[in-house]
Design a protein around this ligand. Structure first.
Ligand code: WTA
Length: 656
């Protein structure tokens, strides 16, 4: 039995709204677009040949590759035998061809401090950081953990690792010590790069104490490098901890990029599964870089003088592919912002767009909905006319938000690219091409050139237009994950067992009458809160970890702002009494164990939980209860009284 997401056995997901508006590309935009219509046919005729050509054009090789694709389902090797270096491709080669003074990042700290890093600066800084890692004994293949706020040293640290062939694992700065230590332990990282902390909503958010706590549980860490963001000092453990400025600043500015094989591990990025053990999604070098760089060029129509801003956190895959590797491979000028969109006011993003003349903005629907809630007056007070492409990622974007984004932010003239992909896919797979595709608000439209995306029914048969089912990929692609770190069986089970020969993404989808793909959300128990995938099991484990809790079940409840909000059903140990104070305590406990992002918004004390006869909690029914709708199929329910008892109580759900 797989421990991983499987499609519902119940009815197929329905699509209840019909969106009929269409937006063809503007002819002037289309004429100048990077990707033209013919690219679909070119890729369809010979997808392997298509990627071969792209790899020769876009990547600088130290040793040319032989075979383009070795595909032993479900294990892919791309650009076999080739050698390259990712940092060289992202930085050095641009300096060599005269782009040393081009800005790589305009960085904006939340308090208003700024830094400008040119490609030459990035080369020098990442070389010095790489030399520091070498001094600490890190070698090609050794893993380095990175736990940092959104400061320039974060991409510098990633590039430093790539320069010497040391795979990194970036752990989102909002995660707890426990989440950090479990990830470090899974990959056996030798060095941890962190900071004293970062700014968030006007407050200093400390990281070093979490890092310290994590390292007490993570014996493989030999050293910690700490960036001084605050200048307040920090408790430094002698021999183990080093300030970044002390070890990095004194290094040589030259560090030759180490050639690595095409399939050398570039990074691990952990995502939640439905078991508590996080999955180390493994990405390698050449295929990943190509996937990120090609899609960044084609989907965002990147031109040399664009100012591109992806407002994600680098701790998520969006930041890896579309703040760091894709944009840098394309020698793009980017904006990087440390803080929250409402700090100090909801004008912040639009001030940044205005000041830096941002031409391309890429963000999550959750951010768009949060801005919608604040009203149009705020963005309208700013000159946003520099914007020419808008992107969306992370969850389905509802048509209203899509229209608002296009009209209010894009002045009605910008194309909106709704981009579907995953940590596992490494690169955007389903998206409009802004100069080619006629868009429909809320649809990610079609698979990109070279990508074979399909919607299938429970038997794996392609659904006709108008049908709904499960999203699958039917061909390998260069940026795809190469596995789950240390667990090839789980890799096969999770992604390749549900539909033989196809990659199952875990998402529901429908194809409309015109063949457009519409994403309908996760079909499993992983919640998507503000664009972040959070495993129900991890939150449940955190609740049960509290001394008063007997059992917990967690579901995602639809939420107008965050996509889904966490709704926790909690059964107390006997002798424990439900109370408001306890509800607060339990929420804080989850925030402590997993991180604030996982703090349940709703919490309901329940006398018991609905289960199948084999003892499995029926989250599907709990979702119905949380949404306040009629129950679906309850035939496998062991004790119907349990559900009635919970339903009669729902009015008492504590809302945060
Ligand atoms: C969801 C983020 C609808 C989806 C890059 C996917 C989307 C999961 C879209 C991956 C989109 C991402 N429309 N849903 N445009 N983009 N998703 O790994 O459920 O954090 O499986 O990667 O987010 O989330 P992840």
């Amino acid at each position: 039995m797989s421990d991983e997401p499987q499609p519902h056995s119940g009815p197929e997901i329905e699509n209840l709204f019909a969106e009929t508006r269409t937006f063809p590309p503007d002819p002037a935009f289309a004429a100048a677009a990077n990707a033209q219509a013919g690219i679909y046919d070119e890729a369809a005729a010979d997808y392997v040949g298509f990627w071969e050509k792209q790899a020769k054009e876009r990547i600088s090789w130290f040793t040319p590759f032989g075979e383009t694709l070795k595909w032993e389902l479900p294990f892919a090797e791309w650009f076999v035998g080739g050698e390259l270096n990712i940092a060289y491709n992202c930085v050095d080669r641009h300096v060599e061809r005269g782009l040393g003074d081009k800005v790589a990042y305009h960085w904006i700290g939340e308090p208003g401090d700024t830094r400008t890093l040119t490609y030459r600066d990035l080369m020098v800084e990442s070389s010095k950081a790489a030399n520091a890692l070498l001094e600490l004994g890190v070698r090609k293949g050794d893993r380095v953990a990175i736990y940092m706020p959104m400061i320039p040293e974060l991409p510098i640290a990633m590039l430093a690792c790539a320069r010497i062939g040391a795979p990194h694992t970036v752990v989102f700065g909002g995660f707890s010590a426990e989440a950090l230590s479990s990830r470090i332990n899974d990959c056996g990282a030798k060095v941890l790069i962190t900071a004293d902390g970062g700014w968030r909503r006007g407050k200093k958010v400390g990281l070093k104490h979490h890092a310290d706590e994590a390292v007490t549980q993570a014996p493989t860490i030999e050293h910690m490098i700490v960036v001084d963001r605050f200048g307040d000092g920090a408790h430094m453990v002698p021999h183990r901890d080093l300030w970044w400025h002390e070890i990095v600043d004194r290094q040589s500015e030259v560090c030759p990029p180490v050639p690595v094989d095409s399939e050398h591990m570039l990074y691990l990025l952990y995502t939640s599964g439905t078991t508590a053990k996080p999955k180390g999604i493994l990405h390698t070098s050449a295929g990943y870089l190509l996937g990120a760089a090609f899609t960044h060029w084609a989907v965002f129509d990147i031109k040399p003088d664009d100012v591109y801003w992806c407002a994600a956190d680098i701790g998520w895959v969006t930041g890896h592919s579309y703040i760091v590797y894709g944009p840098l491979a394309n020698a793009t000028t980017g904006v990087m912002y440390e803080g929250a969109p409402d700090a100090p006011t909801w004008d912040r993003w639009w001030e940044i767009v205005e000041e830096y003349k941002v031409s391309i903005l890429y963000c999550a629907p959750t951010a768009i909905r949060a801005f919608m809630k604040q009203g149009e007056a705020i963005p309208e007070a700013h000159d946003l006319s520099s914007l020419r492409v808008l992107g969306s990622v992370g969850e389905p974007i509802n048509p209203e938000a899509w229209r608002w984004y296009k009209d209010v932010i894009g002045g009605g003239k910008t194309p909106v690219v709704d981009t579907w992909w995953q940590t596992e896919t490494g690169q955007i797979l389903i998206s409009p091409l802004p100069g080619v595709t006629t868009t429909k608000p809320g649809s990610a439209t079609f698979g990109l050139p070279g990508i074979d995306a399909d919607v299938v029914d429970a038997d794996g048969t392609s659904v006709p237009n108008g049908g709904g089912g499960y999203l699958v990929l039917k061909r390998p692609w260069p940026g795809m994950l190469r596995g789950i770190y240390g667990d090839p069986e789980r890799y096969k089970q999770t992604y390749w067992s549900r539909f033989p020969g196809m990659y199952f993404a875990g998402d529901g989808a429908k194809r409309d009458e015109d063949g457009y793909i519409w994403l309908l959300g996760r079909v499993d128990d992983v919640m998507n809160v503000a664009g972040h995938r959070i495993s129900t099991t991890e939150v449940e484990s955190a609740l049960v970890d509290h001394k008063s809790v007997a059992e917990a079940a967690v579901v995602g409840k639809n939420d107008p702002i965050s996509g889904q909000a966490i709704f926790a059903f909690v059964t107390l140990k006997s002798g424990q009494e439900p109370s408001d104070a306890l509800a607060v305590q339990l929420r804080e406990h989850v925030a402590y164990v997993i991180g604030p992002i996982a703090r349940p918004k709703f919490l309901l004390f329940a006398p018991d939980l609905p289960k199948t006869r084999s003892g499995k909690i029926m989250r599907r029914l709990l979702r119905d209860i949380a949404e306040g709708r009629a129950l679906g199929d309850a035939s496998t329910l062991a004790d119907a009284n349990v559900v009635d008892a919970i339903r009669s109580n729902t009015g008492k759900a504590e809302e945060d």
